[in-house]
Ligand binder design. Structure first.
Ligand code: 5GP
Length: 194
């Protein structure tokens, strides 16, 4: 997605060879117009699918996910990273291992918000090693709902997540694919390499 790539080039910061900071428009301050356009692009790419609900992970997945939900007029459900005081029973959980923090955390969704008839579009801000996405897939499949597809705003294609999700047979659509962050330079996977 051309406009997203341009935004990443202009405002993204390669903090290291592996970490991209995009807090100007996605991870802290949010650009709603760009998020709306991101959502339109997801909808175009998944137009062959029936989608009854969007599932994401708090907090940075929520902005693009809500825009998709708004356009499709379907609910948006976010997995929580911390246990809620009011939400304790009937939780479906899955473990997420973070390679960067080298720790395992549990994410959860209330079972009552998912049903076996649901066709879920998973939306998240980043795809790196794929652990967060796999945990969301795991939760959806634990209730026998269907994963219709996975929409990612920024995929770091030099990490393993994309290949892993593809190999499992899911339709994965990443709107910007980063080839490298070496030498503080943000390089994208070109259209031909897609
Ligand atoms: P994964 O589980 O695919 O390794 O990592 C996905 C999650 O880690 C994303 O939801 C995102 O919150 C975070 N993440 C991974 N890499 C980056 C990065 O380079 N920049 C930012 N801002 N977040 C990242």
């Amino acid at each position: 997605m051309e406009k997203l790539q341009q935004k990443i080039t202009e405002e993204g910061v390669a903090l290291s060879d592996t970490v991209l900071k995009v807090d100007n428009f996605l991870n802290h301050q949010i650009d709603p117009t760009l998020m709306y356009e991101v959502a339109q692009e997801f909808i175009k790419r998944f137009e062959n699918k029936t989608i009854t609900k969007i599932v994401t992970l708090e907090s940075s997945g929520i902005a693009p996910a809500v825009m998709v939900g708004l356009i499709l007029n379907v609910p948006v459900l976010f997995a929580r990273k911390k246990k809620s005081l009011t939400l304790t029973d009937g939780l479906i959980t899955s473990k997420v291992y973070s390679f960067t923090k080298q720790e395992t955390n549990e994410i959860s969704i209330a079972e009552k918000f998912l049903s076996t008839d649901d066709q879920i579009l998973i939306v998240d801000d980043f795809l790196a090693n794929g652990q967060a996405t796999l945990a969301l897939i795991d939760i959806v499949e634990k209730v026998n709902a269907t994963v219709a597809g996975i929409g990612i705003v920024i995929e770091k294609a030099f990490q393993d997540g994309g290949k892993m999700i593809h190999d499992k047979g899911y339709q994965l659509e990443s709107l910007a694919r980063i080839k490298s962050l070496k030498n503080k330079t943000i390089e994208f996977v070109s259209e031909e390499e897609f």
